[in-house]
Design a protein around this ligand. Structure first.
Ligand SMILES: Cc1ncc(C[n+]2csc(CCOP(=O)(O)OP(=O)(O)O)c2C)c(N)n1
Ligand SMILES: [Mg+2]
Length: 346
């Protein structure tokens, strides 16, 4: 868990440097080696490491727009993930997804920039596991800003009524962009949402990786044993702005300094030292993590960009043909809407 957490932290420090290249002074969001938005998760690492420590490759994880720490903890290939973030052809989605739309079928990981979007697919994966008779589980990570979304609430209901092996993990950093939690919801903790669906709801306070690990052992174990879903809320801290370039005029100036004193990585290092792990071992883990990250960034920067002609490839699983009954890629006649039916829009 410590290794994953320091990997995620250093990974984002390096991304931050690369991201700013060429964007200043006017903050041109399309310039530089990483075009588009970038949401960093420094301060969130304990939640992903503590939960994913219980998962296997055949378990499914979905994450929201702030996904790197979750992807790393789930074991997503670091080289191909980085190439994706840099928009390169050898990236996980051939450079078309970017940092918010990473998809790795090898370890069943996906994320999306649409808030609460990961909940229904996680429920679907859990339903598939149940129907196939496997003991795979699914975990949907989301922010506390998503706990009033229909997609989340409907997913809780479906998971509960079908007793599905799914765990919902709410990362509560108290902010949804510039909106503090207390102004948009009346519940103290997102875990209280579980009561309305008759499933266990648990909150882990203190941004503590070991506490998350223990709570997740129960939740994942319950799902794997066929005993249904759990809603887990984890307190995390957002050390950064909502996205890179956020001036953060809305948050108290001293908040980040206060939160950094509660850093989950420092806390876990202290726990490990208390268990007898020496500083040299921790330093070695950190050095190895930094080497992996530096290699992945080096790899990504050397990769080719996609050709513009590839823009429409892999967009539809069954690309619209020229007539209503024309043969498609699959060779079968199709009644699917064509480009003409859709007003020529693709
Ligand atoms: C359905 C939907 N509505 C609005 C947005 C715009 N949006 C992007 S991030 C965000 C706030 C997310 O806050 P939270 O879920 O707490 O996650 P955090 O950024 O704090 O990790 C919003 C409203 C969106 N992406 N999708
Ligand atoms: Mg939030």
């Amino acid at each position: 868990m410590y290794e994953e957490m320091v990997t995620a932290r250093y990974y984002e420090e390096r991304l931050q440097e690369e991201y700013l290249e060429g964007k200043q002074p006017a903050f041109d969001i399309s310039a530089g080696p990483i075009p588009g938005e970038l949401h960093l998760a420094a301060g969130h690492e304990a939640s992903a490491a503590g939960v994913c420590a219980h998962l296997r490759d055949d378990d499914t994880v979905t994450a929201p727009h702030r996904p790197h720490h979750v992807a790393i903890a789930k074991g997503v290939d670091l080289d191909r993930m980085t190439a994706e973030i840099f928009g390169r052809r050898t990236g996980l989605c051939k450079g078309k997804g970017g940092h918010m739309h990473l998809f790795d079928p090898d370890v069943n990981f996906a994320c999306s920039g649409i808030i609460a979007e990961g909940c229904p697919p996680a429920v679907g994966a859990a339903l598939a596991a149940k129907k196939r008779g496997t003991d795979s589980v699914a975990v949907a990570f989301l922010g506390e800003g998503a706990i009033d979304q229909g997609g989340f609430l409907e997913s809780l209901n479906l998971a509960a009524v079908h007793d599905l092996p799914v765990v919902f993990v709410v990362e509560d950093n108290d902010w949804a962009i510039s909106m503090p939690k207390g102004r948009v919801t009346d519940v103290e903790s997102g875990a209280q949402r579980a009561e309305g669906f008759d499933m266990p709801g648990v909150r882990v306070d203190y941004n503590d990786a070991v506490a998350v690990y223990e709570a997740a052992a129960d939740a994942v174990g319950r799902a794997r044993a066929g005993n249904g879903p759990t809603l887990l809320e984890v307190q995390v801290h957002r050390h950064m702005g909502h996205f890179m370039g956020d001036a953060e005029g809305y948050r108290p100036k001293d908040e980040v300094d206060r939160l950094k004193r509660l850093d989950p990585i420092d806390r876990l290092a202290d726990d490990l030292r208390a268990e007898g792990v020496d500083d040299e071992t921790l330093d070695d883990l950190r050095t190895e993590a930094e080497r992996r990250v530096d290699d992945a960034i080096e790899f990504a920067k050397e990769q080719p960009e996609p050709d513009p002609e590839e823009a429409y490839e892999d967009v539809f699983s069954n690309p619209p043909a020229s007539g209503p009954t024309a043969a498609t890629d699959g060779g079968a006649a199709s009644d699917e809407p064509t480009a003409d039916d859709m007003g020529g829009e693709r």
